[in-house]
Design a protein around this ligand. Structure first.
Ligand code: AMP
Length: 184
């Protein structure tokens, strides 16, 4: 089971992903978490990654692909995986297609959570107070939303054309969203 989860920052992807991985018993591959783990070290690479993330920019495609392709080939992912926050650009989506073709493991479904920008901004500012994430401040939040619309939103059409997309209203309650994502 290979699932891609697309949604703007603050759409509630993390929460839904935690429930979905339990349901399907597959690993949760969050590229945001993987990149934050890289940033915790004190190396040239961690400073390079931080320069993108802390400015609300996307990390370079080749770097993200290297991390993802190592993970997906690991034994943990033999049964599948849930990609959270990846792919985020058309280049990443095409590179993922190539990788999965090479591995003979097609993507099963692409889930999209839709939430209006005003709701996202309110949620992210609230999260900033609770988690203290360096990339959750007013200007980076706006930049991340701009980047989402410009670079990630086109994936909705890309996967729609492949017949793999399921879009869900992310303003509903957590359980309603889950029920729509995974109808019984
Ligand atoms: P997230 O935790 O998914 O909101 O990601 C936090 C930040 O990590 C993003 O704003 C990007 O700077 C970076 N990031 C996460 N996933 C990707 C990706 N697939 N491609 C490029 N940058 C990413």
């Amino acid at each position: 089971m290979l699932i891609v989860f697309i949604g703007p920052p603050g759409a509630g992807k993390g929460t839904q992903c935690r429930r979905l991985v339990e349901l399907f018993d597959i690993p949760h591959l969050s590229t945001g978490e993987m990149l934050r783990a890289v940033m915790e070290q004190d190396t040239a690479l961690s400073r390079y990654v931080a320069s993108y993330i802390n400015a609300g920019k996307l990390a370079p495609d080749h770097l993200v692909m290297r991390i993802v392709s190592q993970k997906i080939k690991s034994p943990d992912c033999a049964k599948g995986a849930l990609f959270d926050g990846f792919p985020r650009t058309m280049v990443q989506a095409q590179m993922l297609d190539d990788l999965l073709t090479e591995l003979k493991r097609p993507l099963d479904v692409v889930l999209e959570l839709r939430v209006p920008d005003e709701v996202l901004i309110t949620r992210l500012l609230k999260r900033a107070k609770i988690d203290g994430r360096a990339d959750d401040n007013d200007s980076t939040i706006r930049e991340r939303l701009r980047v989402f619309h410009e670079q990630t939103k086109p994936l909705v059409q890309y996967y729609g054309a492949q017949g793999k997309l399921r879009s869900v209203d992310g303003t509903e309650s957590e359980l309603d969203v889950l029920a729509t994502l995974c109808p019984l």
